[in-house]
Structure formats: C-alpha cells, structure tokens
Design a protein around this ligand. Structure first.
Ligand code: HEC
Ligand code: HEC
Length: 319
C-alpha cells in the first residue's frame, strides 16, 4: 500500500551501508528541515522584541500575547484580544513554521513576515500604535538602542524592528514530528491507524490542498469549493472575503491561503473564523465544503489520528 521510493542518492548510500533506517519516502508532504538559515544576532534581538509590550499603544500586549508557545504558536480563544481590549476579527493562526508559507495571513494577503509586523504595529485591534510612538518608547531604553547598534549598521529603525522580529519568527520551526521521522524512513514512528489515516488523507484528496513542507501554506483556495460555507454559517463579515480584501478582484472573494496543518492538534479552535472548536468538527467541515462528501466516523477518526503525528518539537529558538 505504501510505495517506498528512493528519494536521493544519500538514501541509496545508507541502504548500501546496511543501516537499519529505511529509505526516505517520496511523498507529497516533505519533512521540516532541522534548521533554516537565519542571523543569530538578529534572532536574539527579535526574541526580546517578541515579548515587548511597549510595541503596543497602551503597553498591554506583545506578539507573545496572541501566539502562545504552549498552544502550538496560536491562541485558544476564538478571536484574540489586542491593545485596549479590542477583539480581533479573526482567529490567531500559529506563528510556527511561518517561514515555509508562500504568503502570510489567513487570506495570504501579504508576502513577508516583516509586512505582518508592519500591520500588527498599526492595526487598531492588535498594537493600535505607529512607528513614531514605538521608536519614541524604545529609544529611551539605552540597552536596547545599543543592541540595535551592534546588530544593524543603521541602528534602531522601524525596518530593523520589523526585520529582527521577523528573523526570530523565521527561526520558529518545529522539526522532528513523528510524521517527519516516518517520512525519513522510520516506519515505526507512526502507528498502523495513523498510516491508514494518512492513506485516507490522500485518497479523499485533502492532499491536493494540504501538502509540501507545511502540509499547506503553498497555494490559495476558495473556502467553500463544493458548497457555500458562508451561507451555511451565516452572518458574513468583511474578514470572510479573504484575499478579496487585498486585491478587490471578484474571483478572490472567500479565497484563503490553505493553512498549514503542522501542530494542528494544538491550535484549536480552527478556521479563520475560529468556528470549529475541535479537529473532528474541522475535518467534517472540510469534507462537506472542500470535498463535497461526508466521512464515516471511522475514517474521520483515522484522519484526526494522522493529523496528530504532525506535532513537532518546540523550536530551538525558544530555548
Ligand atoms: C491581538 C493578537 C495578536 C497579536 C498581539 C499579534 N498577532 Fe500575529 N496574528 C494574529 C491574528 C488574528 C492573525 C491573523 C490575521 C489575518 O489573517 O488577517 C495573525 C497572523 C500572524 C502571522 C501570519 C501567520 C500565517 O500563517 O499566515 C504571523 C507571522 C504573525 N501573526 C506574527 C506576529 C508577530 C511577529 C507579532 C508581534 C509583532 C504578532 N503576530 C502579534 C493575532 C495577533
Ligand atoms: C480545495 C482545497 C482544500 C481541501 C481539498 C481540503 N482543505 Fe483543509 N483547508 C483549506 C482551506 C482554504 C482552509 C482554510 C479555511 C479558512 O479558515 O478560511 C483549510 C483549513 C483546514 C483546517 C483548519 C486549519 C486551522 O489551522 O484552522 C483543517 C484541520 C483542514 N483544513 C483539514 C483538511 C482535511 C482533513 C481535508 C480532507 C478531508 C482537507 N482539509 C481538505 C483547503 C482545503
């Protein structure tokens, strides 16, 4: 049932050497690499800024407030609370593995993590601030100013604040999920049920959208390919228009970036609207509105078990 292919000359060499590990599998999902190329000094500075509340208008929230490291990099509320107690219009996605996304945000409306930081600083429901206020506060902190001077030729600037935070965010990857060990050739890293769940994930066509290193994050799709999700849910909001809010093209209405399913067992609730409280519910919605079918309870259970194998190790950069 599982075709094992030699993915590279390295695996052939390993086999030749008679090592116990099997050959890497050639699958539409790829393992997260052990590391990504980042600048250590910028990562260290970005780490400080990730929990820096002075970035927000009333010094009440930091990046950390909505992206919790013990919640898969997401937030357990349906919609998180920003500066001044303002409630956001969408659910907090994970910040983990964002480096592998082809675009950022649920809608995929922006290209880089730097651009996300720019939005976060100004967004009325997030930091509700501006660069004048932010630099005004940070420039009074001699130690921080010195850190910027030693890290960037031009010291403390808006672009460098955004870059340092983004560089840290890029280092937040979660390698060595059990599924990745399986992909690398350890057949015993996942159970028989989990293997069957993966086979169903491919058979039903989840894989057509959720694939690659992030099991998502590499294409746009309409939410509601096989039925009108928004009509069924009701109370359509501006945030439900997805990519349309950025492009104003009719074809982009309700278009979203296919989200990553990495660590998805830890990131409830689900979807941009936070409408699915559990993975079971989320998978049912996917079957109905993306595939136009209904899964048996057994098949859904196996798929959810497979999704549990996508939980990786906490990023090294947190330590
Ligand atoms: C008030 C809660 C809140 C705070 C504070 C916050 N975020 Fe977010 N973050 C969100 C929400 C909600 C989204 C989704 C927004 C959207 O898609 O329009 C998001 C999206 C993101 C994404 C995109 C992830 C993806 O998969 O597309 C990244 C990266 C990110 N935030 C990083 C940060 C960083 C860095 C900071 C601090 C500078 C920060 N966030 C502060 C709530 C928050
Ligand atoms: C046609 C493309 C497509 C197919 C097929 C598809 N998905 Fe999705 N999936 C999406 C999109 C787009 C979203 C984001 C919807 C939103 O929140 O706006 C999503 C969201 C999800 C989420 C929620 C992730 C989160 O962090 O909130 C889960 C879980 C999920 N899909 C699992 C599956 C499973 C399991 C299947 C197969 C039964 C499947 N998907 C099939 C496109 C697809």
């Amino acid at each position: 049932m599982f075709r094992i292919a030699l993915a590279s000359g390295v695996s052939a060499a390993l086999l030749h050497a008679g090592l116990a590990a099997g050959a890497p599998l050639d699958e539409p999902i790829k393992p997260i690499p052990a590391s990504v190329p980042v600048d250590a000094a910028k990562v260290a500075l970005g780490k400080l800024l990730f929990s820096e509340k002075r970035l927000s208008k009333d010094d009440s929230v930091s990046c950390q407030s909505c992206h919790l490291f013990d919640q898969g990099g997401a937030h357990p509320s349906k919609r998180p609370t920003g500066a001044g107690g303002a409630v956001h219009v969408v659910n907090s996605p994970t910040v983990f593995n964002a480096v592998f996304g082809f675009k950022q945000l649920w809608s995929g409306g922006v290209d880089s993590i730097e651009a996300v930081v720019e939005r976060v600083v100004k967004a009325p429901r997030v930091f509700a601030s501006n660069w004048g206020q932010v630099l005004g506060k940070l420039s009074q902190d001699g130690a921080l100013v010195a850190r910027f001077k030693s890290t960037y030729a031009d010291g403390l600037t808006p672009a460098n604040v955004a870059n340092a935070i983004a560089e840290y965010n890029r280092a937040l990857i979660t390698p060595n999920a059990r599924f990745d060990k399986y992909l690398r050739g350890d057949a015993s890293a996942i159970s028989a049920d989990e293997k069957n769940g993966y086979a169903l994930f491919k058979k039903y066509g989840c894989i057509a959208c959720h694939q690659g290193v992030n099991v998502g994050g590499n294409m746009y799709q309409t939410f509601g390919v096989m039925g009108d999700y928004f009509k069924a849910r009701g109370d359509v909001q501006e945030a439900d228009l997805g990519l349309y809010n950025f492009t104003k093209k009719d074809a982009d209405r309700h278009t979203f970036k296919v989200p990553s399913l990495r660590n998805v067992a830890q990131t409830a609730p689900y979807f941009h609207d936070g409408s699915a409280a559990t993975l079971d519910e989320a998978v049912d919605v996917m079957f109905r509105f993306q595939l136009g079918r209904q899964a048996s309870a057994k098949d859904r259970e196996l798929i959810v078990k497979f999704l549990g194998t996508l939980t990786g190790e906490l990023p090294q950069a947190l330590k």
